[in-house]
Design a protein around this ligand. Structure first.
Ligand SMILES: Nc1ncnc2c1ncn2[C@@H]1O[C@H](COP(=O)(O)OP(=O)(O)OP(=O)(O)O)[C@@H](O)[C@H]1O
Ligand SMILES: [Mg+2]
Length: 272
């Protein structure tokens, strides 16, 4: 696979964390809905957020992207993404950060693509917003599509004319074309069938290994998490219950809640 990301960024990578979170707390209408006491994510690493529905996983990701701006929402602590202080950043700084450094990949990507725009227009529009135009934009688009193994003919289609797996690949291509260092993926495979799930995860793994892309993964699929994550953060009711290396948390959990979550994973034996 050919690296697509901007080589100008390479000097800033290395050992430094791409994401550093300390004492993050999110309250909505006075109720704490998410917290992350401590999170570090370096190049090529994967940190997974797991926990029951409503535990605060999506809200945590949105806080990292500076997307929690409603008046009844209070975010405290420290969030640094690619050396930008997200909680103090201006709207312009956040716009430059999102997409170009940290990209969000959602469960149903078609829903987040403008249905009235062909995919090619959409891609060019996103690149133009980040100041990438003309020939450099075209070559980035070509490389990004190659990396996710999509044909260029897809650029003529509208979002409703592609499958869920293609839409997910397109979302990842968009992140690659913009040169993102980090993908924040919120249940990226749960709307896909198992073979396409495996393809998308293999693609994300390849991007980590070959391009040093860091992955923040939200997933209910603990079997998947155990195969891809370096570290796991277990959340419940807006709090972190347990965190640590994936092997330790998933194979030798310290907390009863983590054991409950693991025990709830269906097995083929259990279905008999
Ligand atoms: N805009 C909002 N207004 C009020 N409450 C909200 C808002 N967004 C999220 N919440 C609440 O915050 C809590 C955490 O929600 P969040 O979406 O982060 O959970 P989650 O762990 O991603 O769940 P799921 O696995 O179902 O996606 C929930 O109780 C939710 O109702
Ligand atoms: Mg969620």
């Amino acid at each position: 696979m050919i690296p697509v990301r901007n080589t100008q960024n390479d000097g800033q990578r290395g050992a430094a964390a791409l994401v550093e979170v300390r004492d993050l707390k999110v309250t909505i209408s006075g109720r704490q809905v998410a917290s992350l006491p401590d999170l570090n994510l370096g190049p090529g690493e994967c940190v997974a957020l797991v926990g029951e529905s409503g535990s605060g996983k999506t809200t945590s990701l949105l806080a990292l992207l500076g997307l929690l701006r409603a008046s009844d929402c209070a975010v405290s602590g420290s969030v640094r993404v690619c050396d930008v202080d997200v909680l103090a950043a201006s709207p312009n700084q956040l716009r430059s950060l999102r997409g170009a450094r940290i990209a969000l990949v959602m469960q149903s990507p078609q829903g987040s693509l403008n249905p009235t725009m062909r995919l090619g227009v959409l891609l060019r529009h996103a690149l133009t917003l980040h100041g990438i135009k003309g020939r450099p934009a075209l070559s980035r688009i070509k490389l990004a599509l190659d990396s996710v193994r999509l044909q260029e003919s897809i650029l003529r289609r509208y979002p409703h004319e592609i499958s869920g797996g293609q839409a997910q690949r397109f979302g990842i291509a968009l992140a690659l074309a913009l040169g993102a260092d980090i993908i924040a993926a919120d249940e990226p495979t749960s709307a896909l069938d198992v073979t396409v799930q495996a393809e998308i995860m293999a693609l994300l793994q390849q991007l980590r290994q070959q391009q040093g892309m860091a992955l923040l993964l939200v997933s209910h699929d603990l079997a998947l998490v155990s195969t891809v994550a370096d570290r796991v953060i277990v959340m419940r009711d807006g709090q972190v219950v347990e965190s640590g290396p994936a092997q330790q948390v998933l194979q030798n959990p310290a907390e009863p809640y983590t054991r409950e979550l693991l025990a709830a994973v269906p097995t083929l034996e259990g279905a008999k």
